[in-house]
Design a protein around this ligand. Structure first.
Ligand SMILES: Nc1ncnc2c1ncn2[C@@H]1O[C@H](COP(=O)(O)OP(=O)(O)OP(=O)(O)O)[C@@H](O)[C@H]1O
Length: 859
């Protein structure tokens, strides 16, 4: 059987494929990395070895030097295996290296050579640029050249070669050339030169400060400055209107934003149906007019702004028109902006006052570049104007006539005024109908008309008619922008104009807070208080320059006013050393209120000295440079204290808050401190008699019960409001229904950010320091100079066993400050304990007999 063997043919060995070019590159890269690593580690070890050897040279140099000098050459010393062992930690090689570097080289300073080599090794390991090597060489050389001669110069007789040959050689040469003193000076000058170069020091600010101090000292002994009689009237110095540039660059009249033609929408219902033409749709023509003028005005502002930016150079223009971000295929777009902050000198309040000039003083020059917020920051709500429903008017009119007839009241005439949220039907009753009859039927009429929030005004003061207010089905939002752009707002001469809203006849309601002079706002939660506060604050921000107005903000709810934080350096005031300008902590509120009381007293002193009766007269005198700043006179900005949620403060701090508030409310009007206090709890223990007596202007938003309305306004009506900014304001003898202007939080944010982005003062306006009663920085009380009523107060306190300042005030008819002073004296005498929050102080004497004995011992 034949066998067949199949020989499998061996395949020839396949050569490995040639490496691809990028693989080659990769390998070369890897090899380079490894070489670098090796060299780097070598350098690090060499540097460390060198340092070790040099350090040990300090201790071993004497014995090793003998052995080294005993050898025929350095070379044979290092390589001679039979030579005696050396003490250097680096062995013979280390001893030889350090001998060369220290003894023959630069002494101790040679250490930097070892350190530099190790550092260079680190750079090589981490693959940094080689350039640092050159930098190292430069700095090492400088150090060696400086340190070696200096050490030799300072320790010329040291046995150790501190400066090495380099040091001794240099000093010997310099001593011969300049003498010892000259050498010292050259060394000092060289060291100073390098210190200034290395640390980039600049002595010019120091020199400037010294010069300024010298000038101030010279001025204080020089002649007093001359204060000129004014040529300009106070009116010319009036504040700049909203939206306008400061008066220095643009006259007030020119700067005025366009006025809005006020329109009243009145229909008169003659014998039934209203005439077509009687009704004018709100917001059509006037709105257009306003827009046109407004746009022109905006264009003017923009042009001005562009010109100003152009004047500031190319960087500023870049801010105006940022380069578009360039996107590339599917890569995400990436753009960045570098905001260059111009270095500006710090501005403090009244900082430009020392300008020697005959010109009237202009407080705005503190921040001459300040731009008022522009109207475009406010949302345009013109489209939200109502379309008046004639059917609704007709229906309501018929119902009113029929209801009154069913109660036996005939009417002569009825007319309607359509407001933003309610329509006022004015009725003239038939002859012989007594108004008291209608007033008595108020509830029944309201029930029959069965509309929510009906309010009857019988009679309308000064009109002799009876008013019935009926809410509109479609309510109009009152646009803040319209109010701020209105002629009445822009061109008024009020000190603190606030645009509150629109009256029922659509007239803009703009009043002067300075004349009010304080404002109390109350209403149930969610009815528009915060919007109202924002409307007031925004109005003031549109009208006042940061030098003319400061706010003290108290916000126990912590969220409502925090938005205004960004204008701290422009418009806010706070206690010295206080971090937060918006106060949320009750204890700090008490201190701030008391600080405001001190500010008030200080201002009264200034007014008295100036012989003026109020802040307006005082500032006018100051502006016309009739008051000397060196005698403490200064321009006084208005201060507006805003408290959002007063109830919270009263609940936690009670009298401690109520007393300074009442004091401020009573007295602060003349010196330009005004209060705006809001609460959602209109109860009698929050809005107390004292508070009410001092707040003649009060606003009520919708409340839940008539009693609350009475607490706020002393009359009912607020319970019938319809919410969402519908409000009643009691001011003077008037009680008006208003629709509050609407300003949304993002709009407020835009306004404050617009201001906050601008250059402000160095810090917030500082109120006077107030030391709390609780002993932090305890006041020094002089018991030898006790108040006349000290003993009476002591007896009263012991009788009542309660150390309460307000008790002293009430019982002995004392002022707040005096009662506080006496209480401090009682504490210093050890009759009462320290204050603990709002609680009365502890009385240490239990009986009057005990006290009498103590009082005699005091005498
Ligand atoms: N003038 C207004 N015009 C239109 N809507 C308003 C107006 N005022 C308030 N509103 C509406 O009512 C809501 C609540 O208003 P706001 O926050 O001012 O109430 P509030 O009384 O401050 O409430 P709280 O006491 O809880 O803070 C607003 O979000 C807004 O929708």
């Amino acid at each position: 059987m034949a066998t067949t063997t199949t020989k499998t043919k061996k395949a020839p060995p396949v050569p490995p494929p040639p490496p691809k070019p990028d693989e080659l590159a990769q390998t070369a890269l890897e090899r380079r990395r490894q070489v670098r690593l090796g060299v780097g580690i070598f350098l690090i070890l060499a540097g460390v070895f060198m340092c070790f050897s040099i350090i040990s040279y300090f201790f071993s140099w004497m014995s090793d030097q003998d052995k080294l000098f005993g050898s025929s050459s350095m070379w044979s010393f290092v390589w001679d295996g039979t030579a005696q062992p050396v003490a250097n930690w680096g062995g013979r090689f280390g001893a030889a290296v350090s001998h060369i570097l220290v003894y023959k080289g630069a002494g101790i300073a040679s250490l930097v050579v070892g350190m530099a080599i190790a550092a260079l090794g680190l750079h090589v390991v981490y693959d940094s640029k080689v350039l640092p090597a050159l930098r190292y060489i430069r700095w090492v050389s400088i150090l060696l050249l400086l340190v070696a001669p200096t050490l030799t110069y300072l320790f010329p007789h040291s046995s150790f070669p501190l400066g090495g040959r380099l040091g001794s050689g240099a000093i010997t040469y310099l001593n011969g050339f300049l003498g010892t003193a000259g050498t010292g000076m050259v060394l000092l000058a060289t060291i100073l030169f390098f210190v200034f170069v290395i640390f980039s020091l600049d002595i010019r600010p120091f020199m400037d400060r010294m010069r300024a101090r010298a000038a101030a000292m010279a001025a204080s002994v020089g002649p007093a400055p001359v204060f000129n009689e004014p040529e300009q009237t106070a009116e010319e110095a009036e504040p700049v209107p909203a939206g306008a540039e400061p008066a220095a660059t643009m006259p007030v009249a020119e700067a005025a934003a366009p006025s809005v033609e006020e329109k009243q929408w009145e229909i008169t219902l003659h014998e039934g149906a209203p005439e077509e033409n009687d009704i004018q749709e709100p917001g059509e023509e006037p709105q257009e007019e306003e827009n046109e003028e407004y746009l022109a005005y905006q264009k003017y502002l923009e042009e001005k702004e562009t010109a100003a930016l152009a004047a500031r150079g190319p960087m500023a223009e870049a801010e105006l028109e940022p380069e578009p971000a360039v996107g590339n295929g599917d890569e995400p777009e990436f753009s960045f902006e570098v905001i260059q902050q111009e270095e500006q000198p710090a501005i403090t309040h009244g900082s430009h006052i020392s300008i020697a000039s005959n010109e009237p003083y202009a407080p705005e020059l503190d921040l001459p570049d300040y731009r008022f917020p522009t109207l475009d920051l406010m949302e345009d709500r013109a489209t939200e104007a109502i379309s008046l429903d004639k059917e609704e008017l007709e229906k309501n009119k018929t119902q009113i006539i029929q209801t009154l007839r069913s109660f036996g009241i005939e009417i002569q005439r009825i007319s309607a005024t359509v407001g933003p949220t309610v329509t006022l039907y004015e009725i003239v009753p038939a002859e012989g109908v007594r108004i008291s009859k209608i007033r008595n039927l108020e509830d029944d009429i309201a029930l029959n008309l069965s509309a929510l929030g009906i309010r009857i005004i019988a009679p309308i003061p000064g009109r002799g008619t009876i008013g019935i207010e009926v809410p509109n089905t479609n309510k109009q939002i009152v646009s803040m922008r319209t109010l701020l752009g209105s002629d009445k707002f822009v061109n008024n001469k009020m000190s603190l104009p606030i645009a509150l809203g629109k009256k029922i006849d659509n007239e803009n309601y703009i009043v002067d807070l300075a004349a009010m002079p304080h404002l109390l706002m109350a209403g149930a939660t969610g009815q528009g208080k915060s919007v109202g506060i924002n409307a007031i604050l925004v109005s003031l921000l549109y009208k006042k320059h940061p030098s003319q107005l400061k706010f003290v903000m108290v916000d126990p709810k912590k969220v409502e006013l925090s938005i205004y934080r960004v204008i701290e350096k422009h418009f806010l005031a706070k206690l010295p050393n206080e971090e937060e300008a918006i106060i949320t902590d009750t204890k700090k509120v008490i201190n701030t209120l008391n600080a405001l009381c001190i500010e008030m007293d200080n201002r009264y002193e200034l007014l008295k000295e100036a012989g003026t009766r109020n802040i307006k007269e005082y500032n006018e005198k100051f502006i016309s440079r009739k008051l000397n700043p060196e005698r403490g006179h200064k321009y006084l900005p208005f201060i507006v204290l805003v408290v959002d949620e007063f109830a919270d403060l009263i609940m936690t701090a009670g009298k401690e808050v109520e007393m300074p508030i009442a004091r401020l409310a009573q007295l602060a009007r003349a010196i330009g401190i005004h209060l705006i206090i809001a609460t959602q709890r209109p109860s009698v223990n929050v809005i107390t008699g004292t508070i009410k007596a001092n707040f003649p202007a009060r606003i009520a938003f919708k409340v839940s019960a008539k009693v609350d309305s009475r607490t706020i306004l002393d009359t009912g009506g607020a319970e019938q409001l319809i919410g969402r900014g519908d409000m009643l304001i009691s001011y003077g003898s008037e009680l008006l229904r208003l629709q509050c202007a609407f300003v949304d939080t993002p709009e407020v944010e835009d306004v404050v950010n617009f201001i906050g982005r601008q250059r402000g003062y160095l810090s917030a306006f500082e109120l006077p320091e107030y030391e709390g009663e609780d002993g932090e920085g305890a006041k020094e009380v002089d018991l030898s100079n006790r108040d006349k009523l000290f003993e009476d107060c002591a007896r009263l306190v012991v009788q009542m066993q309660s150390g309460s300042t307000s008790n002293l005030q009430r019982r002995l008819n004392l002022g707040y400050n005096r009662a506080g002073r006496i209480m401090d004296q009682l504490e210093a005498a050890g009759i009462v304990g320290p204050a603990v929050g709002s609680k009365p102080r502890e009385v240490y004497f239990k009986t009057e007999a005990e006290l009498e004995g103590f009082l005699q011992s005091l005498d």
